[in-house]
Structure formats: structure tokens, C-alpha cells
Design a protein around this ligand. Structure first.
Ligand code: UD1
Length: 420
């Protein structure tokens, strides 16, 4: 199993290009199942999760042409198998996003039921309830969700009991080919939901209200297809900004989108960073100063993203002062704490809040990654720690960060991959 070895203590400095967003690429690839004609998706990030989604489409018999820059042309005309097998779903929960599109386009779908994961039980009840209210018959047998609909799905008004990104995406995709109008209330407002809606509109769908908590979809008979560029990854952007802030460095990130990172940039300014933004770039300069502790409370967009929480915890471990981080989106997402304490951090947890008492330094140690964003936070901790940190189980990081060690090396970090 690959590991990352980091010699900490170097200030990050330099420029980087941000990749396409994983969390937009995955639903957009699932959405290609809705189109009749070819769909070309560009700016896909080179990540394990993206290859898993492509593999999933391939195993259904969908025709895929991939070029060297990872643009993918998808043609679903050749589909022969309406099933998402356990072997793929177990490695990537987002596979559930093929359920709505398959049901809407082909009237049937069989998708392995995703299990829990390190950050909590993560149910999908709201996805299933939404599709049932549109007329689908769903039963779970042998670990699989079997869904079918007689004729077309029907447009309905759905009030989401809680804000769910994947649930909103699954229902929005299904509604594009339903008969009549679907209204999703208490919809997720995440930029990735908006990007998916824009791609569906480019395919021929009729959607309005995306980016607000009420999305209205008027079903159409067919979606012809389109060419679409995936938005930049706001979490990758935020992760490099925090890494630079924690190491008292100075960086510029290009091909990104500052408007989606407002609350993160606000928190970095509070930590003492000097931030400048242009249409598609962000720069951060700590002027060599230690960051100040910042309190965080995660919430659905436009609140503070749960996917940035662990990275801010890493920065707070070496910040000036004490910070409270409260996680409200997932039940078990402060798991990086124990590994950070092994590096000399001082963090205590009560319920869903972590108190982080900033230390003047951390010490490198062998640590274990437990999930994607926790891995990123351990790398940040390794970058600020004195001596060597070895992060084990980094397959988690390869799911969500394109070429992380090359990108960090470009910024001057001493980091290398060790393969067994
Ligand atoms: C997506 C992101 C993930 C991010 C999360 C929250 C992708 C591929 N992943 O995950 O990186 O951390 O949004 O911003 O886009 N819930 C239910 N029932 C449901 C669905 C969700 O109770 O049917 C709960 C979940 O357990 C969780 C909360 O709702 O506590 C939010 O989950 P959700 O927004 O659905 O996250 P994902 O779409 O899985």
C-alpha cells in the first residue's frame, strides 16, 4: 500500500493550476446516462473516483471514448446492463447517482446498496423516497436496490427532510425526463449541484432555481446531448490555500473560482492571510506569520463546507490561540483528531465539537489516513511538523486529489510517494 513521506517545516510558495471538481464530475458522468446522443465531458480530474465512475458506465455496456487529457465522450446507445455491482459501489458511494438517471431513461435500475463509511452511516433514504414519490417501485433484496417504473416517472413536489447534495442531484436528474413538473424544496445549493444543472440544461433539460433551495424541473421527452466543461474543484483550491496558510507561505492558484469559496476565504483572512482574487485565480500570502486560531461550524452551502473542516483543524493545531470546530453535517467526521494528537497537537473532543489548543509546533510521526479529507489534513499537519511524517493508506487521497505530491513539490514541499 502506498504511503506519503513528508519532511515538514518548509513554507509553501509558488503557483498551481486547479483541477476539475470531483464532486461535480461524478454526478455529471452519471447524468450522461440520460442523454440519447453523445455527451462530451471535459476538464475531468484524473482521480480514482472518476475512473471508478467511468468503469461503472463501461460495465453497463455504455460506449466510452477517452482522450489523453481525460475528456470523455459517452454514448449510452449501447447500454446492455442496468446494474451497478457491489464491487464498484463499495469503493465509491457516489455510484448511487446512477440510480435516478437509469430509472428515468430506461425504466429500471439495479444498484448495490452503499454501506456506511468512516465518517458515518450516510443513509440514502431521501434519494429512494424522492424517486418513490415520482412513481418508482423500489425494493431492497440481497444488498441491491431494485427500482423500476411503469412508463415514465411523474413530476411531483418533494420537500427534502434535510439538505442532501446527492439526494438533490439524483432527483433532479430523474426529473429531467419525468412527465410534468418536479419541484424540489429544501434543495442543496452547493456549486456542484449548480454545475450539474448547467450540464443538464446544456443537454436539453428545463431547469430553473438551481443555486437556490427550490429547484424546478420541467420534464422533457428526450435529452439530445452536449459538450460540457466541469467546474474547478473548490475543495482542492481550499486545501492548498490552507496548506499554504499553515506553513506561513505564499501561493497563487489558477483556473479556480473564488466566488464559490467566500466563507473559506473569509476564515483564512480571519487567520491572518492576505488574500487577493481575480476572475479565475486566488492568491494567499501569510507574510511569514503564524496563523491565528479560527472557529469553524460546518453547514450546507453557503455555510462552511464539511469537506474543508479537517484541513482547518490541521491549521489550528499550530495557530496562535484556541479554536472550536463544530461538525454538523456528518456524525463522525472529527476522526483525524487522534492522529493529529499523536503528532503533538492538543485537541479534545466533546460531542460534535473539537477544541484545538494551538501549539508552537508539531512533531512528525507515522499516521494513518481514514478518509479523503482527513488524509488531506494529515498531509497539512505533516507539512508543518518538524521531522518526518509518513501518511499510510493514502489510497483515500488518490480518490480526490489529482497528483497531490507533484503539486505540493511544485510549491516547494519535501514529499514523496513510497510504494510497497
Ligand atoms: C456530498 C459530497 C461530499 C460532501 C457532502 C456534504 C459528493 C460525491 N460528495 O456527499 O464530499 O461531504 O456532499 O457536502 O458530492 N443524508 C440522509 N439521508 C439521505 C441522504 C443524506 O440522512 O438520503 C444525510 C447524510 O448522512 C449526511 C447529510 O445528509 O449526514 C448530508 O449528506 P449528503 O449531502 O447527501 O452528502 P453526499 O451527497 O453523500
Amino acid at each position: 500500500m502506498d504511503k506519503l513521506a513528508i519532511q515538514g517545516g518548509k513554507q509553501l510558495s509558488g503557483e498551481l493550476r486547479i483541477s476539475g471538481a470531483k464532486n461535480a464530475a461524478l454526478p455529471i458522468l452519471a447524468a450522461t446516462l440520460l442523454a440519447d446522443g453523445p455527451v462530451i465531458i471535459r476538464n475531468l480530474p484524473h482521480l480514482h473516483d472518476v475512473t471508478t465512475m467511468i468503469e461503472l458506465l463501461g460495465c453497463m455496456g455504455v460506449e466510452l471514448v477517452i482522450d489523453e487529457k481525460l475528456s470523455v465522450e459517452v454514448n449510452v446507445k449501447t447500454i446492455s446492463n442496468y446494474s451497478a455491482p457491489y464491487e464498484l459501489v463499495k469503493t465509491m458511494r457516489a455510484s448511487i447517482l446512477v440510480l435516478g438517471p437509469m430509472l428515468a431513461h430506461f425504466g429500471k435500475a439495479r444498484v448495490s446498496f452503499p454501506g456506511g463509511c468512516a465518517i458515518g452511516s450516510r443513509p440514502i433514504d431521501l434519494h429512494l423516497r424522492g424517486l418513490e414519490s415520482m412513481g418508482a417501485t423500489i425494493n431492497v433484496k440481497g444488498g441491491y436496490i431494485n427500482a423500476e417504473v411503469n412508463g415514465r416517472l411523474q413530476g411531483v413536489r418533494i420537500i427534502m427532510e434535510m439538505v442532501t447534495v446527492g439526494g438533490t442531484e439524483n432527483i433532479m436528474m430523474a426529473a429531467t425526463l419525468a412527465q410534468g413538473q418536479t419541484v424540489i424544496e429544501n434543495a442543496a445549493r452547493e456549486p456542484e449541484v449548480v454545475d450539474l444543472a448547467k450540464c443538464l440544461i446544456a443537454m436539453g433539460a428545463k431547469i430553473s432555481g438551481h443555486g437556490t433551495d427550490t429547484i424546478v424541473i420541467d420534464g422533457v421527452d428526450r435529452l439530445p446531448g452536449c459538450t460540457y466543461d466541469v467546474m474547478p474543484d473548490r475543495i482542492e483550491t481550499g486545501t492548498y490555500l490552507v496548506a499554504a496558510a499553515a506553513t506561513r507561505g505564499r501561493i497563487k492558484l489558477k483556473d479556480t473560482c473564488p466566488e464559490y469559496l467566500e466563507v473559506v476565504l473569509q476564515k483564512l483572512r480571519e487567520a491572518g492571510a492576505i488574500i487577493a482574487v481575480g476572475k479565475d485565480w486566488i492568491s494567499l500570502d501569510m507574510k511569514g506569520r503564524r496563523p491565528r486560531a479560527v472557529n469553524i461550524k460546518t453547514a450546507p452551502y453557503p455555510g462552511f463546507p464539511t469537506d474543508m473542516q479537517a484541513q482547518f483543524m490541521a491549521m489550528n493545531t499550530v495557530a496562535d490561540g484556541t479554536a472550536a470546530i463544530t461538525e454538523t453535517v456528518f456524525e463522525n467526521r472529527l476522526i483525524q483528531t487522534h492522529e493529529m494528537n499523536r503528532m503533538g497537537a492538543s485537541i479534545s473532543i466533546e460531542g460534535n465539537t473539537a477544541m484545538i489548543f494551538g501549539q508552537s509546533s508539531l512533531q512528525g510521526a507515522p499516521v494513518m489516513a481514514t478518509d479523503l479529507r482527513a488524509s488531506a489534513s494529515l498531509i497539512i499537519a505533516g507539512l508543518v511538523a518538524a521531522g518526518e511524517t509518513c501518511v499510510d493508506r493514502i489510497y483515500h487521497i488518490d480518490r480526490g486529489y489529482e497528483c497531490i505530491e507533484e503539486k505540493l513539490q511544485l510549491l516547494g514541499a519535501d514529499i514523496r510517494r513510497l510504494s510497497d
